[in-house]
Design a protein around this ligand. Sequence first.
Ligand code: URA
Ligand code: SF4
Length: 213
Amino acid sequence: MTEIERPGAQQWVPEGADIPALREAATACRGCELWEPASQVVFSAGPPSASIVMVGEQPGDQEDRRGQPFVGPAGTLLVQAIRDAGIDPASVYRTNAVKHFRFELRGARRLHKTPETVHITACRPWLHAELQDLAPQIVVALGATAGRSLFGRPVRIGAERGRVLEGAIPDSTARSLLTAHPSSVLRMQRDPGYDAAYESLVTDLRTAAAVVG
Ligand code: URA
Ligand code: SF4
């Protein structure tokens, strides 16, 4: 596909818009092909005045049906981890690097498919515009897709997680922190390493919360 056929979200992003205006504008986005099989765009949730912003990968099956981020199983785990880190989940602005659900049909089931770099790049103007309007003290990247979108480069969770970074997000003065995606913790549910993986997520979120004080 050429660049013209796959233009990215930029032309749908109103300049200088606030979060409600961005949310409304995103319903018209055709910046990549993911809008078509999805039910709806899933923009974000939580207060635009939030000190903590959390960025996930993309909406999942339930998020796509309900139009809200982090309302499926991974979201439930994340909300618990946020609470265990001493943060009020309602105080956090939650969004995703990619705003339409990418999936593969297996019979009647829609199986999550990880977005590719081309989707992350196409959708980045929305996340960029959100960060221009928000004034968070810290942005938490949940997993490699969010990290790639926010930092503009490939990231390695194992090597880079849990550290408060300054100036890592181009065009933003907010500090940031990379951690695991809640889905990666959820997938370990029957593994002996589950408790440690969950605790590591909570520890990282606590580190982020400490920045806010
Ligand atoms: N739900 C979301 O909205 N985003 C994720 O990254 C995972 C689950
Ligand atoms: Fe637009 Fe992002 Fe949806 Fe692609 S995934 S159509 S860039 S909102």
